[in-house]
Design a protein around this ligand. Structure first.
Ligand SMILES: Nc1ncnc2c1ncn2[C@@H]1O[C@H](COP(=O)(O)OP(=O)(O)O)[C@@H](O)[C@H]1O
Ligand SMILES: [Mg+2]
Length: 732
């Protein structure tokens, strides 16, 4: 998401030279610049291209935060944090994490599309500007954020030449954009002396608004240029009573959009409306599942989608699709008016719930990573589904999805009193809770722990009465909290959750409750208590046939044994876990944790240094593939301790240095576990003593720099490639 723009965004960018230089100058003087203008005028494009040109001024990068798919303002800081690649691994709030991380950084944040959350954006910007002197903002919005220090940059449509101007291209105006888009739509289309006047007339009609021009240009596939101009003229004449220039810009765009809409087939129009429930990008399969009322309609969806892509209403990005916000809003209005919104939303929820459930039930299967990436790519839709499902609007119950029943009649009501729970809850609340719980592994791998906790808390508000739902949400929230270092809250959630699950006779939730409690006790250093429930935890997980649960228990059990000083049991448990996964497993997450923990244990066994090196290196390969920041931190740290022990203090300095930027992002080193911190401190001390402070610091700094480069590459969409010195010659 960060950094480099796709090449085509720069090559097919028309004109705006003056705007680019003025905006660049403004950015160098002000730390908050907002590009303001109506929808479709080109704010987003201008901001992105300007930022690409100013990249060198921001050593820590340019980051694009797209807000148009975000509805819930509470998640604004999380959204920014996740664009920056900050895992939410400890109990600090997302805003706190952000402020701490940004304090020393020099970077540019683009907040794209702020108009639907002006106040939250203003608040966030002020907090960051106050705490992080090297951070600047470039916002785009239909209205200013209206906050101190803001400089507004009003963007105009592209200029349109006079009708008698000579036909020449390359002037960076509306005609050039039309020529570009029409040329792509209709082979051989060019602007020449014969048609220049009509083209200019068309652009003038459309007020030079880029989006309006793009929508009109593709119509040249079906209409002759003059025909197109005449039809447009007639349309505007009706609207303005014949007065030229009587329309506001947004009305001009609106007219262009409505016109495109009218030229769509019935199926395309219906699809346009229904697609508005998606946030961000979506796949063809998702469009089929959500936009067809019954399966048999799915081929129709494909045809209509192709039609909308042809008309530039839907944009294709690789194998995914998206709609510009202005066009999505238009679709959303149509959907609301059609009375189909509720049913369409229900299918959207159902689609993402199914993905979430599959991921949860098959967490440890071979294709774990593939499915994880699918979910990660469509995060905005997971959010949209959770938000809608857990909203407290109460209408009629969600209609049965396959019946195609239309939505509720009349205005929805807000619930005044206590939230309903139990049997009176709308079906979608149950779906939302199920989804937030089923995504346990997703929240963990992505590091979006606090966002996961947010949705679970919302689900708990909906199910205030004791029962199965509450039990399950508490147990899952306890799990997430334990990784955030909120041990007291985690333990409380788990104890209460287990109690409720037992009372409700829910064996599966009870078993998971035990499993997570076991981890909390381990983290808290209450080894005896954790050991005391180990056998029962395993038995319970096995009795429910919860294989992912049983597998997840293995690395945590290995870690418990290691911390409790039972090193042989620790190694054996890790080996057992690895054997359960099998030698050819495609599962990465648990496998690499098992290897890391085995490395911790082997480090403590005299004579097994070489084995320790082997498993940790293997773990690091997996962690690197996953982009698991914390996991890489674990692995590098242990290699550092190991080389202090084997007499290569140079590598200790370097690897501990390389681990630093990882921990900086990932939160507290080893979640503060004392035994692990003792190993860390001892290794650092011994290496510094052997090398002398100066040399230790220099090598340490080289490790830090190396990892920072890797992380920057990761942020630009590349991948981390670790090459860790075996001995030390290379780095001398
Ligand atoms: N200068 C330009 N050159 C080429 N295409 C442009 C230009 N400005 C805008 N566009 C295109 O017009 C459409 C609307 O622009 P966008 O930046 O999304 O508008 P806004 O953010 O103001 O709603 C997009 O498809 C965009 O790529
Ligand atoms: Mg925009």
């Amino acid at each position: 998401m960060a950094g480099r723009l796709p090449h085509h965004e720069i090559t097919d960018f028309v004109g705006r030279l003056d705007e680019l230089s003025r905006l660049t100058a403004m950015l160098s003087q002000s730390r908050l610049v907002t590009v303001v203008g109506p929808g479709g005028v080109g704010k987003t494009r201008l901001a992105r291209v300007t930022a690409a040109g100013a990249m060198d001024n921001y050593p820590d990068g340019v980051w694009i935060v797209e807000l148009s798919g975000l509805r819930d303002q509470a998640l604004l800081p999380n959204t920014v944090a996740s664009v920056l690649g900050l895992p939410e691994q400890d109990s600090r709030t997302a805003l706190g994490t952000l402020l701490e991380y940004l304090a020393e950084k020099r970077l540019l944040l683009i907040l794209d599309t702020c108009e639907h959350m002006l106040d939250p954006c203003a608040e966030l910007v002020q907090a960051i500007l106050g705490d992080a002197p090297g951070v600047a903002f470039l916002a785009t919005s239909r209205q200013p954020l209206d906050t101190p220090g803001e400089q507004n940059f009003a963007i105009q449509p592209l200029p349109v030449p006079d009708e008698d101007a000579p036909a020449e291209l390359g002037r960076g105006d509306a005609v050039e954009l039309l020529a570009l888009r029409a040329g792509a739509a209709v082979t051989g289309f060019t602007v020449n002396r014969d048609n220049a006047a009509s083209v200019i007339r068309l652009c003038r009609r459309l007020d030079g608004i880029p989006l309006a021009i793009e929508l009109a240009a593709v119509q040249l596939r079906a209409l002759e240029l003059d025909e197109l101009v005449q039809r447009l003229d007639r349309r505007f004449a009706v609207l303005t009573g014949g007065q030229p220039g009587a329309l506001e810009r947004h009305q001009t765009l609106r007219t262009a959009i409505e016109w495109s809409h009218e030229l769509c087939s019935v199926a395309e129009r219906r699809l346009w409306a229904r697609l508005s429930v998606f946030a961000g990008t979506f796949s063809l399969a998702a469009a089929e599942a959500v936009c067809a009322e019954v399966e048999i309609e799915q081929p129709e969806v494909v045809d209509a989608l192709i039609g909308l892509v042809d008309k530039s209403v839907v944009l294709q990005q690789g194998s995914r699709y998206r709609m510009l916000d202005t066009l999505r809003e238009f679709g959303a209005e149509r959907l609301a008016a059609s009375g189909e919104e509720e049913a369409c939303r229900a299918r959207h929820i159902e689609r993402y719930l199914a993905m979430a459930r599959y991921f949860g039930d098959h967490f440890t299967d071979d294709d774990q990573m593939e499915r994880y990436r699918e979910l990660r790519q469509t995060h905005a839709n997971l959010r949209a589904a959770l938000e809608y499902a857990l909203d407290d609007l109460v209408g009629s119950p969600v209609p049965a999805v396959s019946s195609g029943a239309s939505g509720m009649a009349g205005a929805p009501e807000r619930v005044g009193g206590a939230p309903q729970g139990g049997d009176g809850a709308p079906a979608r609340w149950r779906s939302g809770l199920d989804m937030a719980c089923s995504l346990y592994g997703y929240w963990q791998i992505s590091g979006l722990l606090s966002e996961g906790g947010y949705w679970l808390t919302k689900a708990l508000e909906r199910f205030a009465d004791d029962g199965r739902e509450r039990a399950r949400a508490l147990v899952n929230r306890g799990f997430l909290r334990s990784f955030q270092g909120e041990m007291a809250g985690a333990e409380a959630d788990l104890q209460t959750g287990i109690g409720l699950a037992v009372a409700a006779g829910d064996e599966a939730t009870t078993a998971r409750g035990y499993q997570h409690l076991h981890l909390v006790l381990t983290f808290l250093g209450r080894h005896e208590e954790a050991l005391a429930i180990t056998a029962e935890t395993r038995r319970r997980l096995r009795a429910c046939g919860d294989r992912p649960g049983e597998l997840m228990l293995m690395p945590q059990l290995g870690h418990l044994y290691q911390l409790a000083g039972q090193i042989d049991e620790s190694v054996a448990t890790c080996e057992e876990g690895l054997a359960m996964l099998g030698p050819d497993t495609g599962e990465q997450w648990l496998q690499s944790y098992l290897l890391v923990v085995e490395g911790f244990a082997l480090f403590q066994v005299p004579g097994r240094e070489a084995d320790c090196e082997t498993v940790v290196r293997k773990a690091l390969v997996g962690k690197t593939k996953l982009g698991d920041i914390i996991g890489m931190g674990y692995g590098l740290d242990v290699l550092g301790w190991l080389s202090a022990k084997t007499g290569v203090p140079e590598r200790t300095a370097w690897t501990l240095g390389a681990a630093d930027p990882l921990w900086e992002r990932g939160g507290l080193r080893f979640s503060g576990t004392e035994i692990m911190m003792d190993f860390h401190r001892e290794a650092a001390r011994a290496a510094a003593e052997a090398l002398g402070k100066e040399r230790y610091d220099a090598l340490h700094a080289a490790g830090v720099d190396y990892m920072k480069d890797q992380l920057n590459e990761l942020a630009r969409g590349g991948s981390v490639k670790l090459s860790i010195p075996l001995g030390f010659e290379r780095l001398r």
